[in-house]
Design a protein around this ligand. Structure first.
Ligand SMILES: C[S@@+](CC[C@H](N)C(=O)[O-])C[C@H]1O[C@@H](n2cnc3c(N)ncnc32)[C@H](O)[C@@H]1O
Length: 414
C-alpha cells in the first residue's frame, strides 16, 4: 500500500470542486455543494481508456453516471435519497425534440396561468421558518408556479421533470439563501431588498431555457440511476463493473438533507422534519434530527473493521475535553463500520482488475485528525485490493491539514 501525501504546495483548486460544473450543461442544472467536479471524473474516465461499465455507489447529483453516458459508456449509480434519484434520472435521460418543444409550450402555459392567477396555489410547504427563506410575495409566486407546472404537464412526463428542475433553480435563486459557504447561509438584509425587485416570471423562463439547452445534449451512452443502499449495492445492481468513480459522504457531520430540504419539501419528497431525520439515519454519516439521537443507543457490529488507527481515532475523540466527545466517537465508528460494509459487498460486483477511485476528504474532531483516506486504504488492502494508493488532490480550505484525496485501488485479476 503506497501513499502519495500532500506536498506543501497543494492548492484549493476550485476547478476540482462543484463550482466547475455550474455552466456545464446538465451538470450545472442544480448547484449542490456535495457534488464533485466533473473535471476530476472526466480525467479519470478518459485516462482509464478501456472502461465500459462504470459504477458510482454514491450518486448525489449523478455526476459520474452522466459523465460516463456522455463518453458513450454505461454509468450505473445508486443513492439513498429519493430526490437525488429523481434528479439524476432526469439528468441522464434522453429527450426527444418533441419533448423539448412540449416543455417550451408547457412553460408558456404555466407562466400564463401564474400571471392570470388562474390556478389554485399549492399550500406552502411545511418548511420550518419558511419566512426566512422567501418573502411573502415570492412565496405566493412559487406556490402559484408549482401548481401551474402540475396543471400544464402530464404526470410522470419529461416536460414535468424538466420544468420541475427549472422550478428548483428558481426557488433557490429567488430565496434569501446564498451558496457562498460550504452549507447554505442566509443573505444579509441589503441583498434581500435587491432580491425583491427581480422579475420572477422572467427568472423562471430563463431557468427553463437553461435547463432545455442541457436537455438538448443527449448522451450517447446510458445512465442507470437506482434507489439503493450502498452498504449492499449487490442487492440492487448487477456487476461486473470495470471502473468505480465515486465520492462518498465524508466523516464530517455534513447532512445532505440539510441542503436538499427546500427542493425536497417543494417537490413532495419530504412531508415533515421527522421524515428528514429518518431518511438521514439511513445515510452514511447522516446527522440530521433523529439521526443524531439514534446514535446514542447504537452499538458497533461484531463484524467491524479492526484497525489500530481507527481505534485510536475513536478513543481520542471519545476522551476529548468536550461533552459531545462520546457521541462523536460513535459517529466516527459508525461511519467506518458502514464504509466497511460497503467495500465488502462491492467486491462481489467488480470485474477482475477493476479500478476504484474514491474521492474523499479527511476531517478533524476537537483537534484530532481522522485520516479517512488512510482507513479506506487499510480496508481495501485487507479485502485483497492491489496497488492501493492515496493521492492528494487539493486543499479543502484554509486549514492546512484538511485535504481531499483520490484513494485508488485495483481489484484482483481473478
Ligand atoms: C458526496 S455525495 C456524492 C456527490 C456526487 N459525487 C455528485 O457529484 O453529486 C454523497 C452521496 O452519498 C449518498 N449516500 C449516503 N449514504 C448512502 C447510502 N447508505 N447508500 C447510498 N447512498 C448514500 C448521499 O445521499 C449523497 O448523495
Amino acid at each position: 500500500m503506497s501513499a502519495v501525501l500532500a506536498p506543501g504546495q497543494l492548492r484549493q483548486r476550485a476547478d476540482y470542486t462543484h463550482k466547475f460544473n455550474a455552466k456545464t450543461g446538465r451538470h450545472g442544472w442544480l448547484r449542490l455543494t456535495p457534488a464533485y467536479s466533473l473535471k476530476i471524473v472526466e480525467e479519470l474516465i478518459v485516462n482509464h481508456g478501456k472502461a465500459k461499465r462504470i459504477f458510482d455507489p454514491f450518486c448525489g447529483t449523478g455526476t459520474t453516471a452522466l459523465s460516463a453516458a456522455y463518453h458513450g459508456h454505461e454509468g450505473v449509480t445508486t443513492d439513498i435519497n429519493p430526490f437525488l434519484i429523481w434528479f439524476a434520472q432526469a439528468k441522464t435521460a434522453r429527450y426527444s425534440t418533441r419533448e423539448i418543444a412540449a416543455t417550451r409550450d408547457a412553460c408558456a402555459e404555466a407562466l400564463d396561468l401564474v400571471l392570470r392567477q388562474a390556478v389554485e396555489p399549492v399550500p406552502a410547504p411545511p418548511i420550518f421558518n419558511i419566512e426566512r427563506w422567501w418573502s411573502p410575495k415570492t412565496l405566493v409566486f412559487l406556490r402559484l408556479l408549482r401548481a401551474a407546472v402540475a396543471k400544464a404537464t402530464p404526470d410522470g412526463s419529461a416536460e414535468r421533470s424538466l420544468l420541475l428542475i427549472a422550478f428548483c433553480r428558481t426557488l433557490i435563486e429567488q430565496s434569501n439563501a446564498a451558496f457562498n459557504h460550504q452549507s447554505m447561509s442566509f443573505k444579509n438584509d441589503d441583498q434581500l431588498t435587491l432580491e425583491l425587485d427581480i422579475d420572477m416570471a422572467g427568472g423562471f423562463a430563463e431557468d427553463v431555457r437553461f435547463v432545455l439547452s442541457g436537455a438538448c445534449e443527449n448522451p450517447s451512452g446510458v445512465g442507470k440511476v437506482v434507489y439503493g443502499d450502498s452498504r449492499e449495492p449487490s442487492k440492487v445492481v448487477k456487476g461486473p463493473f470495470d471502473l468505480v468513480i465515486t465520492s462518498p459522504p465524508y466523516a464530517n457531520r455534513m447532512s445532505y438533507i440539510r441542503e436538499l430540504r427546500p427542493y425536497m419539501y417543494w417537490l413532495g419528497f419530504l412531508q415533515n422534519g421527522r421524515d428528514a431525520g429518518e431518511m438521514d439515519w439511513t445515510a452514511i454519516g447522516g446527522t440530521w434530527g433523529v439521526a443524531t439521537s439514534r446514535l446514542i443507543d447504537w452499538e458497533r457490529s461484531t463484524e467491524r473493521f479492526r484497525s489500530e488507527h481507527l481505534s485510536n481515532a475513536v478513543d481520542r475523540i471519545a476522551h476529548a475535553d468536550n461533552k459531545n466527545g462520546a457521541l462523536l466517537a460513535k459517529y466516527v465508528a459508525k461511519y467506518f463500520d458502514d464504509m466497511w460494509a460497503h467495500f465488502r459487498d462491492l467486491t462481489t460486483i467488480l470485474a477482475p482488475g477493476a479500478e476504484l477511485h474514491y474521492i474523499v476528504g479527511n476531517s478533524t474532531f476537537y483537534g484530532s485528525l481522522v485520516s479517512t483516506e488512510l482507513l479506506y486504504a487499510e480496508m481495501l488492502a485487507a479485502l485483497g485490493f492491489e496497488s492501493v494508493e492515496r493521492r492528494a488532490i487539493r486543499k479543502r480550505n484554509s486549514k492546512k491539514e484538511l485535504v481531499e484525496f483520490d484513494v485508488v485501488a485495483k481489484w484482483k485479476d481473478g
